[in-house]
Ligand binder design. Structure first.
Ligand SMILES: *Cc1c(COP(=O)(O)O)cnc(C)c1O
Length: 380
């Protein structure tokens, strides 16, 4: 029987039955998957692979989770809608109401807020201490402590943490560990290989790398990732197929970008360290000659007018993010660390004069020039 016009519109659009061998994975932009009969449907529930519904699983997020797991040397990985939802899934895989967390006092502002406000309201308490002095961490451990949570490079002062000692402390008290590896990236650091249980990335940053996607990845121990996967599905924290696809595209060039960005960052940090109008230039200089990470944090001297400095930065834009291929600057006090209480900001040294630079892949000479010029043009 020939179909009527309305029916034709819907059912003439047909997927080809021929096996198509695209060079890269296509975007599975679909909310659900179809089944030929009840046996095939039952097969899905018996774990015979395939997919059911995109919130519970889709090839593009799966590809991203597996890729980052492989790169970090972990058995399992899951992609999520953002770095923060990956952190939430990881934390909830390790703790429940009544449990306690010891976390770094200089966590990314959004992560701090998640623990301090949202998880606190759900009966999960966190004590924040500096992980640069592990005796403080040890003192904060309580009988109900389940998790130690820190970042591999701290923000905004870029200190590299001794993760092996964190792992040893966790083992001593039978605690789980979660490390945010966003700043270091798997190019510089693989916390899972040092014994950390779960590693999280805001893939919005270096893994995506082009400031055009919001996504996250959690990788780690199989049993914990099984729990985390259930959280992602049940809380609806899945990433869209397109965002996952874009993140995978970014991931392929991570080494090229990090090599160039880390080199440029070290060069810039060396130049700014010599500038007499800058009171401090923070960079993990001792870690690697060729550069270690692409973030540089500076503290402008009192002679520099901070707002005039931002205005004088020519092609370098203020952006409350990091890790894109273009160099950008941010103001931690007014953005990433805005959520911290005033006393915490002061204790950490996050003042109005602290500027965080995310160094891009432009030529190092041009990057240095733009900052030196901005300083010259903003002296009061
Ligand atoms: C940006 C960031 C996050 C949060 O990631 P989103 O993708 O914005 O949710 C977490 N940790 C660190 C270190 C970050 O820089």
């Amino acid at each position: 029987m020939t179909k009527k016009f309305e029916t034709m519109l819907l059912h003439s659009v047909k997927k080809s039955d021929k096996p198509i061998k695209s060079k890269v994975t296509p975007i599975y932009q679909t909310s659900a998957f179809t089944f030929a009969d009840l046996d095939e449907l039952e097969g899905y529930y018996q774990g015979e692979g395939n997919y059911l519904y995109s919130r519970t699983g889709n090839p593009n997020p799966d590809e991203l989770g597996k890729a980052v797991a492989a790169i970090e040397g972990a058995p399992e990985g899951i992609a999520t809608s953002s770095g923060l939802s990956a952190i939430l899934a990881g934390v909830l895989a390790a703790v429940k109401s009544g449990d306690h967390i010891v976390a770094a006092d200089d966590l990314y502002g959004g992560s701090f807020h998640l623990l301090k406000a949202e998880l606190h309201d759900l009966g999960i308490e966190t004590t924040f201490v500096s992980f640069l002095d592990l005796s403080l961490v040890e003192k904060a451990i309580q009988p109900n402590t389940k998790l130690l949570y820190t970042e591999s490079i701290t923000n905004p002062f870029l200190r590299v943490e001794d993760l092996e000692s964190v792992v040893a402390l966790a083992k001593k008290y039978d605690l789980m560990t979660l490390v945010d590896n966003t700043f270091a990236t798997p190019y510089h650091s693989n916390p899972y290989l040092l014994g950390v249980d779960m590693v999280v990335h805001s893939a919005t940053k270096y893994i995506g790398g082009h400031s055009d996607v919001t996504s996250g990845v959690l990788v780690g121990r199989e049993d914990l990732l099984t729990k985390a996967r259930a959280k992602v599905v049940n809380l609806g924290a899945n990433v869209s197929p397109f965002e996952a696809w874009l993140t995978c595209r970014g991931l392929k060039t991570l080494a090229l970008r990090m090599k160039s960005q880390s080199y440029n960052a070290r060069k810039l940090a060396e130049a700014l360290r010599e500038n007499k109008y800058i009171s401090k230039a923070y960079y993990p200089f001792q870690e690697a000659e060729e550069g270690y990470g692409a973030m540089v944090t500076i503290e402008l001297g009192q002679q520099v007018d901070v707002n005039q400095f931002f205005k004088s930065l020519s092609w370098v834009k203020i952006a409350p993010t990091l890790a894109g291929v273009e160099t950008t600057v941010s103001h931690p006090l007014k953005t990433s660390h805005r959520a911290l209480p005033k006393e915490a900001q002061e204790a950490l040294g996050i003042t109005n004069n602290v500027i965080r630079i995310s160094v891009g892949i432009e030529h190092a000479d041009d990057i240095i020039q733009v900052f030196e010029e901005a300083i010259r043009n903003s002296l009061s």
